[in-house]
Ligand binder design. Structure first.
Ligand code: ATP
Length: 317
């Protein structure tokens, strides 16, 4: 029995060992990256039973990714290997502190070959939550069909769907295409966790309350709009409001804040702490993430999260 199942492409990340343009950088460290596996690892560190799957290349990087994610306590029993297509790669460029460029080498990767027949219905049905991001349907038409099929399975078995649009415009032909594809998924979801800019793209509204209302109008029960250093707005039938962000002295790497938010938010929600407290936990993990290098290294354990929250409470008193 799992609490959360998620799936999507994870790649090997080559992270430069010093700041500067990549043409001047000669050494890199090998790390792991991928929005869904970041969320799964974040959940696992927070004590949630999480499963992640994807299609990896049958190559050294594929083996590395599976063992690294498994080593974090995430269930990887449904991971598949493609005999021909390679594992995707990406690189980061730390132009200067707080400014990070990301370059992908993922076209025709193993993950983009995922298809509905790769889904294990009973595995998805065994979870309380299916977590999906808008990256997966943008990888290929068979990945889009896989997302659709996973949503159908989840709905059929009463598994809650949590959707983070994670819009990567480079992966779509146009903004209009991104809006059409991602809005359809959002409308079938129970919870939407969107960045404010993403909410604007998907609804055409600019005000957070209007963005949330537009999602509610099409049946989304809970909407959370993430707003970087301003925190997050939440809205459901029962309650709505704003939770301020935690103050951060120095943003080292903003990548992964949204995934950290999702992990903190879902872990708290699964502990039945209530929507507002879940948003606070999401904000806390987001703030911890921006203060550390790497996409997942800064993800805290539950004790570390509590310690962070207690410290903030102490300074506020
Ligand atoms: P990503 O770039 O990872 O996709 P996102 O757009 O999904 O991120 P953000 O709003 O950037 O989401 O960040 C998620 C959460 O992390 C925010 O709601 C906030 O709580 C926290 N956060 C992000 N940046 C900062 C910051 N500079 N200071 C404090 N908290 C932050």
């Amino acid at each position: 029995m799992l609490d959360v199942v998620t799936f999507g492409e994870s790649m090997v990340l080559f992270s430069p060992e010093r700041p500067g343009r990549l043409r001047h950088v000669h050494t890199y460290s090998k790390q792991l990256g991928g929005a869904e596996s970041n969320v799964a690892i974040g959940l696992s560190r927070l004590g949630v039973r999480a499963g992640w799957f994807s299609k990896l290349g049958r190559d050294e990087f594929g083996y590395y990714i599976q063992s690294a994610i498994q080593g974090e306590g995430v269930d990887t029993s449904r991971v598949l290997f493609d005999e021909q297509a390679p594992t995707g790669l990406y690189l980061k460029e730390y132009v200067r502190e707080g400014m990070v460029n990301v370059m992908y080498y993922r076209h025709m990767s193993a993950a983009s070959q995922m298809s509905p027949s790769d889904l294990d219905e009973s595995y998805i049905a065994s979870a309380k939550i299916l977590h999906i991001t808008g990256i997966t349907p943008a990888l290929s038409s068979s990945c889009a069909e896989t997302v659709e099929a996973a949503i159908d399975i989840a709905r059929h078995h009463g598994v809650k769907i949590v959707f983070d649009p994670n819009i990567r415009l480079k992966l779509f032909r146009s903004k209009e295409e991104a809006r059409a594809v991602l809005r359809e998924i959002a409308d079938k979801s129970d919870i939407v966790l969107a960045g404010k800019g993403e909410g604007e793209v998907l609804t055409g509204d600019t005000d957070v309350q209007e963005i949330a209302s537009e999602f509610h109008r099409t049946g989304v029960k809970t909407v959370v709009i993430k707003m970087e250093d301003k925190g997050a707005y939440y809205s459901s039938d029962a309650e709505k409001g704003m939770v301020e962000a935690f103050s951060v002295k120095q943003v080292i790497d903003p990548v992964g804040a949204g995934d950290g938010f999702a992990a903190g938010f879902l872990a708290s929600l699964l502990r039945e702490e209530g929507l507002k407290q879940a948003v606070k936990a999401g904000n806390a993990v987001g703030a911890m993430m921006v203060q550390s290098y790497g996409d997942m290294e800064g993800l805290p354990t539950w004790d570390e999260l509590e310690e962070f929250l207690n410290k903030v409470n102490d300074t506020e008193q």
